[in-house]
Design a protein around this ligand. Structure first.
Ligand code: NAD
Length: 438
């Protein structure tokens, strides 16, 4: 199948590479010349485990190409996946300018039938807007060409994106016509050899499903964060509570980890956008508004713990930070709690040294020389008043406490991800402050 993927970010590049892996002939379009140049030169603009191999293999096999040429990309794919960004607009709604620009480009250049698939996370009703934009462009040039619009939201997780795409729990397809459904079934047939995973539904339900999934996951996190803060006051241990409730199969263990708040390119913007959609229809999603508010407060919790210990004025204080990416196994720092923590410390006059296994480049791009960067996790500890842990990278989980203690000015660990057994850290002579723990 000839497939075009519009946008070569986390979702577009993974989609293009994985579809090429199954023998499809894929062209990836991006308007960012720098990204395309890098991909053509064999580089990968993002960190995603396993992606480099799969891209290299399929480029080598001639099944995966990269272009900035809209005419070439539109001419290529019978299926045009739109996987461009949908960042939050100033009012919290999803900014559809990139999706609609991509749709218009297709409408302007297409000469034969296309299935235009919204893979970006887009509010309910976007497929109608995409359809109208394409139809308008066709009308402008007096062309009468058939096309279908479908919704195929993506559920991959950064850090496990290849695995998620290759072995999806479900493939949601919203479509209105049999021709589009048949084509989508053909594309996804190799991904469901074991059992049927494709859920075909109307377009609006498909669009809402993606928001509902992210909203539910964000809700679980904010729920646990709020309970963790209560546990701290009550003298209970949230980790024991987590296990106690997770063992109930109706609840399960996933996404019940309290911490320094959720970040990333999806949960914050998707929760906001769903609330905004509800407002547009005269409703308030009270649960989700609280989820967002709790998360905003939680992102500042580590700074609050620091100021409770050292006072509001942090001049002359220095802090070490482990973890900058919004979660492990990615270099993505969009809406990362680390940014809120760093801003809070700097604003109070402190200095910061930070380390992340893969997000250092991204941190330098965003933060410049506002912080010092270490080459290793131990580098950043020297003379710090405390070590703050913001991302739960594997390599932080069994550290050499003796070596940490020797480098810190005082043996204080403020752990925003509950990585350690408090008894072990304290036995090593540290003061240990985590989230909702005894
Ligand atoms: N990142 C995730 O984990 C994830 C998971 C599921 C869904 N999503 C959704 O997928 C969409 C894409 O997310 P992402 O993280 O891959 O974004 P991203 O910012 O990493 O990539 C988007 C890319 O689209 C390109 N682009 C913008 N306009 C274009 C146009 N008109 N033509 C061609 N290219 C264009 C940009 O240059 C950029 O490279 C968003 O709606 C997001 O909510 C993301």
């Amino acid at each position: 199948m000839k497939i075009t993927v519009v946008g070569t970010g986390y979702v577009g590049l993974v989609t293009g590479a994985c579809l090429a892996e199954y023998g499809n002939d894929v062209v990836c379009l991006d308007l960012d010349q720098r990204k395309i140049d890098m991909l053509r030169a064999g580089g990968i603009p993002i960190f995603e485990p396993g992606l480099d191999d799969i891209v290299a293999r399929n480029v080598q096999a001639g099944r995966l190409r990269f272009t900035t040429d809209i005419n070439e990309s539109v001419a290529h794919g019978t299926v045009q996946f739109i996987a461009v960004g949908t960042p939050p607009d100033e009012d919290g709604s999803a900014d559809l300018q990139y999706v609609l620009a991509a749709a218009r480009n297709i409408g302007r250049a297409m000469t034969e039938y296309k299935v235009i698939v919204d893979k970006s996370t887009v509010p309910v009703g976007t497929a109608d807007k995409v359809k109208a934009a394409v139809a308008e462009e066709l009308e402008k040039r007096g062309a009468s060409i058939e096309f279908s619009v479908a919704s195929n939201p993506e559920f991959l997780k950064e850090g496990a994106a290849i695995e998620d795409f290759m072995r999806p729990d479900r493939i949601v397809v919203g479509a209105e016509d049999d021709r589009a459904i048949r084509i989508m079934r053909t594309i996804y047939q190799p991904f469901q050899r074991n059992h049927e995973r494709m859920l075909v539904m109307d377009i609006r339900s498909a669009e809402l499903t993606k928001y509902a999934a992210n909203a539910m996951l964000a809700t679980r996190i904010s729920f646990m964060n709020e309970l963790a803060n209560l546990a701290e006051k009550l003298g209970a241990d949230i980790e024991l509570v987590r296990k106690g409730i997770g063992s109930d199969p109706r609840i399960g263990y996933s996404f019940l980890y309290p911490g320094a708040g959720y970040g990333g390119s999806c949960f914050p913007k998707d929760v906001k956008a769903l609330c905004k959609t509800a407002n547009e229809y005269g409703m308030t999603l009270k649960v989700l508004e609280a989820v967002e508010e709790v998360n905003d407060t939680q992102k500042s919790l580590l700074v609050k713990k620091v100021t409770q210990r050292f006072g509001e004025d942090l001049k002359g204080r220095h802090f070490a930070i482990w973890g900058l990416a919004f979660k492990p196994k990615t270099d993505d720092m969009r809406e990362a709690p680390s940014l809120v923590v760093i801003d809070g410390l700097l604003a109070r006059g402190a200095t910061v040294s930070a380390f992340d296994p893969v997000a250092m480049h991204e941190a330098q791009r965003i933060l410049g020389d506002k912080v010092n960067y270490g080459k290793t996790l131990m580098d950043v500890l020297d003379n710090a008043d405390a070590l703050l842990i913001v991302t739960e990278w594997k390599e932080f989980q069994v550290p050499d406490f003796g070596a940490i203690k020797a480098r810190l000015k005082q043996p204080l660990v403020i752990d925003g991800r509950n990585l350690f057994d408090p008894a072990i850290v304290r036995d090593n002579g540290f003061e240990y402050d985590a989230i909702g723990r005894l």
